[in-house]
Design a protein around this ligand. Sequence first.
Ligand SMILES: Cc1cc2nc3c(=O)[nH]c(=O)nc-3n(C[C@H](O)[C@H](O)[C@H](O)COP(=O)(O)OP(=O)(O)OC[C@H]3O[C@@H](n4cnc5c(N)ncnc54)[C@H](O)[C@@H]3O)c2cc1C
Length: 381
Amino acid sequence: MQPFYNEQQTMLATTVREFATEKLAPRAELVDDKAEFPIDQFRGLAELGLTGMTIPEEYGGSGGEYRDFMVVLEEVAAACGSTSTVLITHVSLGSQTIRHGGSEEQLKRWLPSLASGEKIAAFALTEPGTGSDALALETSLTRDGDDYVLNGSKLFITNGAEADIFSVFTNHDKSAGHRGVTAVVIEKGTPGFTINPQHGKMGMKGCATAELVFDNCRIPVSNRLGEEGEGYKLALKILDSSRIMIAAQCLGLAKGALDAALSYSKQRVTFGKVIATRQAIQFMLADMAVELDAARLLTWRAAALYDEGLAHGKESAMAKLYASEAAGRIASKALQIHGGVGYFKPSAVERIYRDQRVTEIYEGTSEIQRLVISRSLIGDL
Ligand SMILES: Cc1cc2nc3c(=O)[nH]c(=O)nc-3n(C[C@H](O)[C@H](O)[C@H](O)COP(=O)(O)OP(=O)(O)OC[C@H]3O[C@@H](n4cnc5c(N)ncnc54)[C@H](O)[C@@H]3O)c2cc1C
């Protein structure tokens, strides 16, 4: 527990840690091995009210701030990386896009079933031709009376193969730059909407990644989030805040690796002594703990700025950049401390090492975070 948690956050961390230890950690290896979507684990999180966190109670959510959700994610990710990716995508990407982009009628229509965990959310921005450059979206949105018609495809969509409600970013006017991007909600089962599961990921294998294909997919205009042309701003706003939750996920992955390394170093005997007595091992553990705390403080600052309604774009990029790369270094050291055992399944560090890697890629690569930070420092040239 962290000394800066308030009483409620300490209780929350204890509850989630107990759940994670009992229900998530024992199944993490299976989720990874079989690339199995952790649906029972998701339902368990829902029973605890965690699928509705940060969503206001009037829309069926359990409320709470980003700092509270950060506390939750660290505990979930320490036990099972895939489950934490599913939860982040559901809450801070999919549901929050509707919360921030939707009208009162839309919030009432979609948020309660998402907050309760009855339905699962996804967020679809990336396309085969564009990830970092979100302005180059090709998925077209054409008005036809009271409907829109969508054509195009989305790639690498987390929760995609299991989700019910998709926030999808489209282009209604390619000549209009960022004013051409419009967000809509598409429900599973809509004619012309096909979901193709994607296989072969290196890590985070349980998070049901999918390609989404829209072939003359018709939706009512009432499924549009905000006005035409407001989608780009909405996507950036959601990514700015959700990155803080990826940083929180990295804290959990790093904590899982550090805990495993600590425990192993106190058991493994070489040359007549446990390896925790060796300074080479002790210094690795010390460096891992320092990096984890530094990442946690950067993440806490970004979450606090968000909760206070203050500018947080640079700070959330800093938290995501540092926490993801620190988690990589920590996972690598943890694996080194395990020696050969760490290189083989079913060691937790082998899984964490693979799970961590994508945190430097999704929701903006490390290079894109550096771009956001440096632009904020330098300003327009
Ligand atoms: C497991 C997984 C889950 C994902 N989940 C989702 C999801 O749920 N929803 C969603 O919409 N997307 C999702 N993504 C997509 C993810 O956000 C993108 O892969 C990511 O933004 C990078 O885009 P890209 O793959 O097209 O790489 P590219 O944009 O093609 O980048 C390739 C390389 O070039 C670098 N680069 C690009 N532009 C610049 C620049 N201007 N300056 C310097 N370097 C640059 C990048 O950093 C990278 O190293 C997921 C991806 C993965 C792997």
